[in-house]
Design a protein around this ligand. Structure first.
Ligand SMILES: [Zn+2]
Length: 150
């Protein structure tokens, strides 16, 4: 489901408010992992998040997450209703760095959808974006505001 041939370096625009929503959710749900979706738009240069949709981690685990289906379906409905697309899935690492775990590489949302990880292992929390495949991950450059692009 790759929508564009993306120009390197990969870029992901994450507005400050969207980042704050994820970080606050991660802190509120600590010591469990939190999860959610970011909705927005795909561009030739990468991804642009517009809104965060927090989901329920039905595993209630400190090291794993799985979206509870009801919260997922409700979020997908709203995203489609607003004419947006799922550009990223995010989850928190309450105790470990913001790097993908082996589990994260195994369980991926869909090709072309970015993976964001919020680490609470340091202060302030660290947020990183990744493009994952089965055996391999690549960091995506996070931008706090919309860049001036031609
Ligand atoms: Zn993880």
């Amino acid at each position: 489901m790759t929508r564009h041939r993306l120009a390197k370096p990969l870029r992901f625009v994450l507005p400050e408010g969207v980042r704050a929503t994820m970080v606050i959710q991660a802190m509120e749900e600590r010591p469990m992992e939190c999860c959610g979706l970011l909705a927005g738009h795909f561009h030739p240069w990468g991804w642009e998040a517009e809104t965060a949709f927090p989901l329920v981690n039905e595993l209630k685990s400190a090291t794993r997450f799985r979206s509870e289906p009801g919260s997922l379906i409700a979020a997908l409905r709203l995203i489609s209703h607003r004419g947006l697309e799922v550009v990223a899935i995010y989850h928190s690492h309450p105790e470990t760095p913001a790097f993908p775990s082996t589990t994260d590489l195994t369980w991926r949302w869909a090709e072309g959808v970015a993976d964001l990880i919020i680490s609470l292992a340091r202060t302030p929390p660290d947020v990183r974006a990744w493009q994952l495949s089965e055996r391999h991950f690549e960091e995506i450059h996070l931008l706090g505001m919309v860049p001036a692009l031609a």
